[in-house]
Design a protein around this ligand. Structure first.
Ligand code: F0G
Length: 445
């Protein structure tokens, strides 16, 4: 706890937070957590992360850092259910875009900042496809506990996210390369300069992200759904979700775990390729390393680099791969890839419901539709899709989908293999003339 480590000193693998539950006072029923909400004038109870402190008790309660994260919504959506082929009432969307920085990352950031404060860190760094960096920058500027240094791939992050980091005052380092290049560099730089690393190789991040599942259960009156569907990038979320259910089950707070579906973008489908096509498994904690090494060797030889409109999950080498394998094992999971076309259509359907999301998030809805079509999810099963980031994170993708300007559409979407915008809501162009404007409104409304 008083060291800054992102890998095991002996084997170099990821570290995991393990609790000695026998020495901790854990509530014997989940609705204890609901009662905390009635004390929400206390920031520790207001936080949707620290309200569940008993389930991530790695730091004293009063040391926990919060900026008011985790006030998120579980929303029943029958329209999106219909789109995905599910029966009414069977689909819920978990809106993590409602977090202070507009993505689920704030759940983990509050936990990483808590540990960083315990060890007295003064600077924190991350590599990012944009949301981790926005979250880090926000926590630094709100708490003033540390200075933010962020590494991003040049041209690889959506404008909403970049604008946050700049506005919040983070030192922003644009690397000529992609996320994986930035990730490799930030690890080197952090260890050389003694900067606290907040990427999800940091095990405390994942502790915070477990609480997304606690809030989903709370939103369902503590009923366990049949499926959790989540986009997969660096695989921090999926890993954290698996750990959350494993621990709840061990503690006797739930009697069954949901199934987990991790959805890759087709252009960034490392997990899918490894698990579903090459048979990589958790294997009691000893995944076959040679399968992974061979895959990455081929990737390098063929100069294959991740490419998707869902820039948040445009990742070649997911750092939490091993932990995600554990989650897939615990939750009898499946992995599927979806195309950018499927992602953009699903995103438009989510947006039409009024609480929109960014492209990567919509992979969860596109993946659900695919799994229903494959007969793996039954139309009557209950499904929760995690909408990881806010609609305004990536306005370029949204405007391009809805535009009537073919050049703009082609520039952003056709290059990604998106050729149709079935659910587009196109603006109408009209001359600056009252009669023409009225005629157009009458015609279209
Ligand atoms: N959705 C969004 C909106 C994200 O920003 C990310 C990851 C993911 C899904 C994938 O989650 O890594 O837990 O599998 N964004 C990281 C970042 C990589 O740098 O912001 P994951």
């Amino acid at each position: 706890m008083d060291e800054v480590l992102v890998a095991c000193k002996q084997c170099g693998n990821l570290l995991d937070v393990a609790y000695d539950w026998d020495r901790l006072a854990v509530p014997d029923s989940l609705d204890t957590f609901e009662q905390r909400w009635s004390r929400r004038n206390d920031p520790q109870c207001f936080s949707g992360v620290w309200r569940f402190h008993d389930l991530l008790p790695f730091a004293p309660r009063r040391q926990c850092v919060t900026v008011g994260e985790g006030q998120t919504l579980l929303h029943r959506s029958d329209n999106v259910a219909r789109f995905a082929g599910l029966n009414p009432g069977r689909l819920h969307l978990q809106y993590e875009g409602m977090n202070p920085s507009g993505s689920f990352k704030d759940n983990g950031m509050s936990a990483a900042f808590t540990h960083a404060r315990l060890v007295g860190a003064k600077r924190a760094a991350c590599a990012s496809t944009g949301n981790t960096s926005a979250s880090l920058a926000l926590y630094c500027s709100v708490t003033q506990l540390m200075k933010a240094v962020i590494f991003v791939g040049s041209g690889k992050i959506a404008y909403g996210k970049l604008s946050q980091a700049l506005d919040f005052g983070a030192l922003t380092v644009q690397i000529a390369g992609d996320f994986d290049d930035a990730m490799a560099r930030v690890k080197e730089v952090s260890s050389r300069l003694g900067i606290y690393l907040v990427n999800s190789v940091n095990p405390f991040r994942l502790e915070g992200q477990k609480t997304i599942m606690f809030r989903v259960l709370e939103g369902l009156a503590w009923q366990v759904p049949d499926w959790i569907v989540v986009p997969g990038g660096n695989l921090g979320n999926s890993s954290a979700f698996g750990k959350a259910f494993l621990e709840l089950k061990q503690l006797g707070l739930i009697d069954r775990v949901p199934r987990l579906a991790v959805i890759n973008a087709e252009g960034a489908a490392t997990l899918y390729d490894l698990v579903e096509r090459r048979g990589l498994r958790w294997n009691g904690g000893q995944p076959d390393k040679s399968i992974v090494e061979k895959y990455y060797r081929e990737m390098d030889q063929q100069k294959r680099r991740a490419s998707t409109i869902a820039s948040a999950i445009e990742i070649n080498r997911p750092v939490n791969l091993n932990k995600c394998l554990r989650a897939l094992e615990v939750c009898n999971g499946v992995v599927r890839p979806v195309s950018d076309q499927q992602i953009m259509d699903a995103k438009a359907q989510v947006g039409a419901g009024g609480l929109g999301c960014e492209p990567a998030s919509a992979a969860s809805v596109a993946g659900t539709k695919l799994l229903v079509a494959e007969g793996i999810i039954d139309p009557d099963e209950s499904v929760v899709c995690i909408l990881t980031g806010h609609q305004l994170k990536d306005p370029t993708a949204t405007v391009a989908y809805h535009t009537a300007d073919q050049d703009k559409f082609d520039e952003v979407l056709a290059v990604r293999g998106v050729h149709q915008a079935t659910f587009a809501n196109r603006a109408i162009s009209v001359s600056n003339d009252l009669d023409e404007i009225i005629k157009a409104i009458e015609l279209h409304s």
